[in-house]
Design a protein around this ligand. Structure first.
Ligand SMILES: O=C(O)Cc1cc(O)ccc1O
Ligand SMILES: [Fe+2]
Length: 439
């Protein structure tokens, strides 16, 4: 392999092409009678063959062995804390509002797959709608184990520790502050240097794409060139390996005598990619009032119904607050969409205390929420000069479906029993006068 096998190509949804050995990628056709280097040609389809051009996704992989040689007989594999929708709604479990402190990172040797714990599931994997919100916490690399998820596209949001991800289509380094998206069906393994923690969204539905910008125009928000797809990289390893598969909520393993990461060249538009959240160019209110948080959407997974996302991935990045005569933090609200939030860094402006990096909150369909009492009084009395919100990076997995809690999440010892009390000190200021009473 060349020393540049950790290189990236810019662009979102481009038709890329890349080869780790010169001449490995056929030119002018997909299926030569015999491929260079004796490789096998294989198509990986991310959309039905007949999807409209704008959503048609597939890649051609040129590999040492075809994927059918990377899956032998399957036997069941257990990952009991990684759950899948549909879950039955357990009347004993709370619906929210809920908040948790960070999950501890295990001390015993734990790899990525065993580090995933499901917090909520939504929709239905069998009909390819909905999602799951997970946390991961682990400390060991997958050496000879590999994984692919037939159920979902994966969006990983690291909070502690960089992830080194070797996919069929190339290698990534993903640091906290960056995100990575791995398409449904793609084989990969995750390596780490030490304790690692973050969040993960499983998208059972249509792939994440960039939101339309409407009147914002052709620039800002997440710009396509800031998305990075790796160049081809492969390993030729003829020692025992395992492939673990997630398929309709069950896990299976299969043992093979070689590495499945053997793609020497590829071309196409069905690819993994990473994105640095610091390159997001937020657009906001520059005179008064507070826009809906959809203005901070990084990626959206459409549901088929216009404007109603299966999932929106939204961030709350560092930014200037300049609105005049305005209550600047999030307003109080109830929402038909369900909001799972996490914090990658610093503080969130609606919750200065209690919501810490690695923690999470759940504000489910139609359940009221908004700034805690401290935040409300501070913002109501603030001097409204321009203010820079620094040292902050929160995010939201927002879905049109109710997010059902797992038993694990409901019983997690880091759940804050007193979360609901953060609104306890919001008083009535109504005394019949237009000024109200504020003492
Ligand atoms: O609940 C939250 O904190 C997320 C959020 C932020 C905001 O500015 C407006 C609405 C909203 O749901
Ligand atoms: Fe909200």
């Amino acid at each position: 392999m060349s020393k540049n096998d950790l290189d990236y190509m810019p662009g979102f949804g481009n038709d890329f092409e890349t080869e780790a050995l010169p001449g490995a990628l056929p030119q002018g056709q997909n299926s030569p009678q015999k491929c260079a280097y004796g490789l096998y040609a294989e198509q990986l389809s991310g959309s039905p063959f007949t999807a409209p051009r704008g959503t048609n996704e597939r890649s051609w992989l040129y590999r040492i062995r075809p994927s059918v040689r990377h899956t032998k007989r399957f036997k069941p594999f257990q990952l009991p804390l990684w759950k899948t929708a549909p879950q039955k709604l357990d009347a004993e479990l709370p619906i929210g509002q809920l908040r948790w402190d960070p999950v501890p990172i295990p001390e015993e040797k734990t790899d990525f797959l065993h580090g995933v714990k499901t917090i909520t599931t939504a929709g239905d994997v069998y009909t390819q709608v909905g999602m799951a919100s997970h946390v991961y916490a682990f400390n060991a690399s997958m050496e000879d184990d590999h994984f692919f998820n037939a159920d979902a596209e994966l969006l990983l949001v690291p909070e502690v520790g960089s992830l080194h991800i070797f996919t069929e289509m190339g290698k990534f380094d993903v640091a906290p502050g960056e995100i990575v998206v791995i398409p449904r069906g793609m084989v990969f393994k995750v390596s780490v240097e030490g304790p690692s923690r973050g969040y993960m969204c499983e998208n059972y539905g249509a792939k994440f794409t960039l939101p339309d910008r409407g009147p914002i125009g052709a620039n800002c928000l997440a710009n396509p060139r800031d998305f990075k797809t790796p160049v081809a990289a492969f390993e030729q390893k003829d020692t025992p390996c395992r492939v673990i598969v997630k398929w309709c909520g069950n896990f299976y393993e299969t043992e093979i005598p070689h590495s499945p990461l053997d793609v020497v060249a590829w071309h196409g538009n069905y690819t993994p990619y990473k994105y640095d959240l610091a390159t997001y160019s937020p657009v906001g209110s520059i005179l008064f009032d507070h826009p809906d948080p959809s203005i901070f959407t990084v990626l959206t997974a459409p549901s088929g119904e216009e404007g109603t996302a299966n999932i929106d991935f939204v961030i709350f990045p560092p930014r200037w607050l300049v609105a005049e005569h305005t209550f600047r933090p999030p307003w109080y609200h109830r929402n038909i969409m369900s909001e799972f939030m996490g914090l990658i860094q610093g503080q969130y402006d609606a919750k200065e205390e209690g919501f810490v990096p690695g923690g999470m909150s759940l504000h489910n369909m139609m359940l009221p929420h908004g700034p805690d009492s401290g935040g409300f009084y501070k913002a109501s009395n603030a001097d409204l000069k321009p203010q820079k919100l620094d040292n902050t990076m929160a995010f939201m997995f927002e879905t049109r479906f109710p997010q059902l809690l797992t038993d694990y999440a409901a019983k997690l010892e880091t759940q804050q029993d007193n979360y609901i009390d953060c609104w306890e000190d919001l008083k009535s200021h109504f005394d019949g006068t237009p000024e109200g009473k504020w003492d």
